[in-house]
Design a protein around this ligand. Structure first.
Ligand code: AOF
Ligand code: ZN
Length: 351
């Protein structure tokens, strides 16, 4: 039980890297000596120190000369197997071995091929007591984007839309009206800060003329991706006229013009979701939130190419409109956001 409690703390720390470490995983680490946490760390920024390095550093900073004896008598808890490779930083397994930690308790094995058990093996060969699989499921859930990218060679795909109480997604033949309330909008902006990319189709780009930013929540903006096969979104659209980067996937041209990257894709009428998913994987995009329109959402749903669907249902009903997408999955969360009901589905075929 104590192992689980300590791992829970590591998970909290890991989560602090959310939005800043992709395509790396979020990782948290603590060093425990004689029942006391003496150092904590997490992977805070892509390309910078790993969690274990920061946790060990806190111990050496706090305890000076006494640190080496303390570390040699301590247990390290870490949400992910310590790395074994020389990447942007030297191997964390070597660091723990050098400081002669007595025991290392791990959440998940790292699926990345340069590590994938080699970190655990290094620790064991050095005589360190290694325990694995503590809060395995929770650690995997936290890094579901990282695991999906490595195991399925595609980003983690989140679908998001709002529907009226009677199942309409958008009005027919008029501009889009906001269906969900202001707090739901804020929540969506928070979600945008958590993902690498946001994706919409041509219809939504034209009808809503959205900015696709996270302006109502502190954090970074995702890369904007627009699917516009024949380049029909007018150059007056907001996304073409601000400082942020946009990638336009289309059949006509490949070019970079200011902040716009045109990315050419062949035969977009066939296997579009699969092609987009692989293209985003190649771009190191680990997660994407797809916010419409119904056509794009339905293509990803019918292709089975989604992981989570986040659906707002408002209290209002419309007389007519375009039908909302529908998804079948495991409902994992359902709650009220002001007057809206939020339902989160997981794709059960992936379990
Ligand atoms: C750890 N602790 O905190 C993290 C790990 O390019 P690099 O050098 O930053 O290495 C990235 C890989 O290292 C990443 O794909 C994953 O396998 C592992 N991440 N490992 O021991 C950490 N963030
Ligand atoms: Zn590492």
């Amino acid at each position: 039980m104590t192992d689980e409690l300590y791992m829970q703390r590591c998970l909290e720390l890991a989560e602090m890297g959310m939005g800043n470490v992709s395509p790396n995983p979020m990782v948290g680490c603590i060093i425990v000596n004689n029942g006391k946490i003496i150092g904590e760390g997490y992977h805070a920024k892509f390309g910078e120190a790993h969690a274990e390095v920061n946790a060990v550093k806190e111990v050496t900073d706090r305890f000076g000369e006494a640190a080496s004896a303390l570390l040699a008598d301590s247990t390290a808890y870490v949400t992910l197997e310590p790395c074994a490779h020389f990447g942007k930083t030297p191997p964390c397994a070597d660091l723990l071995i050098r400081h002669q930690l007595k025991k290392v308790v791990i959440g998940n094995r790292d699926p990345f091929s340069d590590v994938d058990g080699k970190g655990i093996e290094k620790l064991k060969n050095a005589g360190i007591n290694v325990v694995t699989g503590i809060l395995d499921e929770q650690c995997r859930a936290l890094n579901r984007r990282f695991f999906t990218r490595i195991n399925a060679q595609r980003p983690y795909i989140i679908l998001k839309w709002a529907t009226t109480a009677n199942g309409f997604f958008a009005p027919k033949n008029t501009i889009q009206q906001w269906i969900s309330g202001p707090l739901s909008k804020k929540l969506v902006h928070k979600w945008r800060t958590e993902e690498d990319a946001i994706l919409i189709g041509k219809q939504t780009a034209i009808a809503d003329d959205p900015q696709l930013s996270a302006r109502e929540w502190p954090g970074k903006n995702p890369i904007r991706i627009v699917i516009d096969r024949n380049l029909q979104v007018p150059l007056t659209a907001k996304i073409y006229n601000d400082a942020a980067k946009t990638v336009i996937i289309n059949e006509i041209k490949s070019a970079v013009e200011g902040n716009i990257q045109y990315l050419q894709m062949e035969d977009m009428q066939y296997y579009l979701p699969q092609k987009i998913a692989f293209q985003l994987y190649l771009m190191d995009i680990q997660s994407v939130i797809i916010e419409g329109g119904a056509n794009i959402l339905n293509q990803f749903i019918s292709g089975g190419l989604w992981d989570e669907a986040r659906v707002f249902t408002s209290g209002t009903s419309w007389e007519d409109g375009m039908a909302s997408p529908q998804v079948h999955g495991i409902i994992t969360e359902q709650y009220e956001v002001e007057k809206d009901k939020l339902t989160i589905y997981q794709n059960y075929s992936k379990k």
